[in-house]
Design a protein around this ligand. Structure first.
Ligand SMILES: *Cc1c(COP(=O)(O)O)cnc(C)c1O
Length: 425
């Protein structure tokens, strides 16, 4: 490391010994980082081609107001998403408020009373508990007479194909496969694994809608679940595909029918995709998607660097440092609430915004335990930006993700490690 770098790290609170340790760790990561860069290069060109094929023009970048009839910028953006995911159609809207909303929309619009939904890879993301009715809630799928079944992964993390076959019945209409681990201690699925699960399910019952919760997985690999048979991929624009710029939004890319159903539910039967003003969000949604492959690469490098640094400090991490990544989330099992809080304080103090505030645990809607969140983000709650969060319950795991740029991700991890070390000194 050069003298000027040492000096500025020191000025920002990183002791030289820790900075040195970071350099030693990075020596080992060159080849892995090269692979990540190659994937980013491929995905950058994929996104570029999607934009060129859709003939994105300058006039697409300005939005509409009111009903939003004839909003060609909005319609073209949806064509770009459909091109990126190789699907027939897409719904990409600022009116989709978050990832949970996008998932709920996809489910509620494609299931009918009497249908059954199946999760073949264990319990879905926490916030879907109330959407499905696993925890009773107003307006849940359960209230509308839509039942739910789940097949857990086996103890070794593999898919229970016999269990899935046994669970599929006459009423099984839709299967929801979560790509990323989310807040669960289970492996993230690769696109290839998702393809195998989908092929199996379609071989048992061909007309089942296979939907993938794609949150945190976009652009980590060169292919997406929609390239291996998914009828719908669903995600949040304040994660990977928004590239840190999209101020709000969610997407559903999939078959014409699935997307049409979702659009009728989002706006109104009969109106569908025709209405929905894009306001001033389009430029950032386009530019964010354009940046998303390299931003995702930065986040991936940050996650890998974090895992090596923490393993070096004797902390158990998942995925393990040497494991291949299929999403941008890194879990560190900190075992003590004080360590969880120290880690999050470190991440917060590394932020460009609100670096001087101290994160505190709070009761967040949709979660069953208090959650501590560190995020000093340009977009509130954006977790493609450097952020860390974890529920205050055993085993006090912190989930670390994001980093719009690799240098910032690196600094944030060093800062979190420094906080951990200082808290235990
Ligand atoms: C973040 C996330 C969600 C929910 O997204 P929100 O925007 O937080 O509502 C759903 N599933 C997975 C796997 C996620 O990571």
């Amino acid at each position: 490391m050069t003298d000027s770098l040492y000096a500025i790290y020191k000025e920002l609170g990183i002791k030289p010994e820790l900075a040195d340790k970071g350099e030693i760790v990075l020596e080992k990561l060159k080849e892995r980082f090269d692979l990540i860069d190659e994937t980013a290069e491929y995905n950058q060109l994929k996104v570029l081609k999607a934009m060129q094929d859709a003939k994105v023009s300058e006039s697409c970048l300005t939005g509409s107001t009111g009903y939003g009839y004839g909003d060609t910028g909005r319609d073209t953006l949806e064509e770009v998403y459909a091109n990126v995911f190789h699907t027939e159609d897409a719904l990409v809207r600022p009116q989709i408020t978050c990832g949970t909303h996008a998932l709920a929309l996809a489910l509620m619009s494609n299931l009918r009373p009497g249908d059954e939904m199946l999760s073949p890879v264990g319990k879905p993301y926490d916030t879907l508990d109330e959407v499905i009715g696993i925890r009773p809630s107003k307006g849940s799928l359960a209230e509308y007479g839509i039942t739910y079944r789940q097949v857990d992964l086996k103890d070794d993390g593999s898919v229970d194909y016999d269990g899935i076959k046994a669970a599929i019945n006459d009423r099984t209409r839709l299967v929801e496969i979560q790509r990323s681990r989310g807040y669960a201690t289970r492996p993230t699925l690769s696109v290839e694994q998702i393809g195998e699960i989908i092929s199996f399910i379609k071989s048992v019952k061909p007309d089942i809608i296979c939907m993938v919760d794609n949150c945190y997985g976009e652009f980590v690999q060169k292919t997406e679940p929609s390239d291996v048979g998914a009828d719908m991929v669903v995600g949040s624009l304040i994660k990977n595909p928004g590239g840190g710029l999209a101020p709000i939004g969610g997407y559903i890319a999939g078959t014409r029918e699935c997307v049409e159903n979702a659009s009728y539910r989002l706006t109104s039967p009969g109106l569908g995709k025709e209405v929905g003003a894009s306001l001033n969000a389009l430029r950032d949604m386009y530019q964010g998607l354009f940046l998303a492959p390299t931003v995702t690469a930065s986040a991936l490098k940050s996650a890998i660097f974090a895992s090596y640094m923490l393993e070096d400090m004797g902390i158990e991490v998942s995925p393990k440092a040497a494991d291949t990544r299929y999403d941008i989330i890194q879990e560190a099992i900190l075992r003590k609430p004080e360590r969880l809080i120290a880690f999050c304080k470190g991440i917060q103090s590394a932020a460009p915004v609100d670096s001087y505030v101290t994160p505190e645990p709070w009761d967040m809607p949709g979660y069953d335990a208090q959650v501590i969140m560190a995020a000093g983000a340009f977009i509130s709650g954006s977790s493609i930006e450097l952020s860390a969060d974890g529920p205050l319950k055993e085993p006090y795991s912190v989930y670390f993700q994001g980093g719009l740029t690799w240098p910032h991700g690196k600094f944030g991890i060093l800062k979190a490690c420094q906080c951990l070390l200082d808290s235990e000194a």
